[in-house]
Write a protein that binds this ligand. Structure first.
Ligand code: SF4
Length: 462
């Protein structure tokens, strides 16, 4: 596959039915829509069932070993299905494709392997596969940011907009800079145009995506400028963004969020550990004191801003004292939600070499459970305080259980189930929260979506 770039198209593949199965983060979800856009442009047709597909693509995640093993198992399953049916092309995309490259060809009867910078070339790859070639396209391409490609969006009412790709941080445990490469930012003009098109197609909410959106920089544009400009796009009801790195999280960004009600009062701010010793070993750049200052900035300027986080437990060398510091920070910040993970050594990363400081699985599981228990209590209290309030809810579609019930999410991304039909889909509606079961809020619609931004009382009106 030479330098990984194909420009000449000597022949076309016949249109095929394709199926993409996605694992991992929102970046992968957005990439699946990007691949869908590339394939649709060439006449290929999306199906929801791999049994009906002629092209099956597994869009993979390599962030933890468990996630990687899971997708490798799934590739094996789909491979058996391919051999039974015949005529099926099986491809692997995403971070595992970049990490393992041609090794995947030996692992299964995979026809093509395509890394995160290769999606533009999917049609050409399928053409080559049609000739019996097995194709690996896993090189980085510094200039590829898919600026001009239209994704095939699958959600109604909400749109993922990738504003940057890759990461320059090189946290010592993280494989992302090795699978997605260095940071590349799209132009502000291209992003704003994509947001306008998404709104014209019915999106009320957009999420600006990147591994570290706060370091977005394109010409004169920094992230707060971009966020403010997106929020001003006519017809848009909400904009949110993920993920933020505390080191690049500034007062200017907080002021930007505070200044415009279109920008969601919800920030995902991964802390990873409450111990400076562990943060230094993780090469996170920030200290606990720095992190506390970011939280204080947010709480002072936007008291109702929800903060969520990611935490890793069992990082090499983490002592019980380090872990206690994390517990204390969690109790102090009172996150509305937290994603807690056990440290997983990843290839290429410096932390994977810290074998002598390895924490046993039992200790790591115990810490995970203790953190989750504390967070469950904090999260439940936070959700209970919403009962009786009116929340703007973006209705997403039918609820998983129960006919005549729809499901959507609040500004802080909590799931709400409410009575109603499919005609509500894609609207932001005022909903009175009437109850809570588990982590799902229940509510009733109490008005119409009269404008994109609704001024809603935060306190109970009943
Ligand atoms: S900021 Fe750190 S954890 Fe996040 S993607 Fe970049 S290297 Fe990975």
């Amino acid at each position: 596959m030479g330098d990984g770039v194909l420009y000449i198209r000597p022949f076309m593949s016949t249109p095929k039915r394709y199926y993409i199965e996605t694992y991992g983060c929102q970046m992968n979800v957005a990439d699946a829509e990007l691949m869908g856009g590339v394939l649709r442009r060439e006449g290929h047709v999306r199906v929801d069932d791999p049994a009906e597909a002629e092209v099956v693509i597994v869009n993979t995640c390599a962030i933890r070993d468990h996630a990687e093993q899971r997708v490798i198992g799934r590739i094996g399953q789909l491979n058996r299905h391919k051999l039974e049916r015949g005529g099926v092309r099986l491809g692997v995309a995403g971070c595992v494709a970049k990490e393992l490259g041609k090794e995947l060809l030996e692992l299964a009867h995979v026809d093509f392997v395509i890394g995160p910078d290769g999606y533009r070339h999917l049609p050409e790859v399928l053409e080559r596969v049609d000739t019996g070639e097995r194709v690996v396209l896993d090189r980085f391409n510094r200039s590829e940011n898919y600026e001009d490609l239209e994704p095939y969006r699958l959600e109604r009412g909400a749109a993922w907009i990738t504003i940057m790709r890759g990461c320059d941080k090189f946290c010592s445990y993280c494989i992302v800079p090795f699978t997605r490469g260095r940071e590349k930012c799209r132009s502000a003009a291209g992003i704003l145009e994509e947001v306008r098109r998404a709104v014209d197609d019915g999106a009320k909410e957009v999420t600006l995506l990147g591994q570290n959106v706060n370091s977005y920089c394109a010409g004169e544009w920094e992230f707060p400028d971009l966020l403010a400009a997106v929020a001003r796009v006519e017809g848009l009801g909400r904009v949110r963004f993920t993920t933020s790195h505390p080191w690049d999280f500034t007062q200017r960004l907080v002021d930007t969020i505070a200044a415009d009600p279109v920008i969601c009062r919800h920030v995902h701010l991964p802390v990873q550990s409450g111990s400076d010793r562990v943060l230094a070993a993780m090469r996170r750049e920030h200290t606990v004191a720095w992190y506390r200052e970011r939280v204080a900035m947010l709480r002072e300027s936007i008291p109702d801003c929800a903060i969520s986080t990611d935490v890793i437990v069992g990082f090499p060398g983490e002592t019980e004292d380090d872990f206690q510091a994390t517990l204390e920070l969690m109790s102090e910040v009172r996150y509305n939600s937290a994603y807690v993970f056990i440290y997983s050594p990843r290839p290429h990363t410096p932390a994977a070499a810290l074998i002598e400081d390895h924490i046993s699985h039992d200790v790591a599981v115990d810490r995970l459970e203790r953190l989750n228990e504390i967070q469950r209590g904090i999260g439940a209290r936070y959700l209970l305080d919403k009962v009786g309030t009116i929340q703007g809810v973006l209705v997403q579609g039918e609820a998983r259980r129960g006919e005549g019930r729809m499901s959507g999410w609040t500004e802080q991304r909590e799931t709400v189930v409410l009575d109603g039909g499919p005609e509500l889909t894609g609207q932001i509606l005022p909903v009175r929260v009437t109850g809570l079961s588990g982590i799902t809020l229940h509510g009733e619609v109490v008005g119409h979506a009269t404008s994109a931004v609704m001024e809603l009382p935060l306190l109970a009106i009943s």
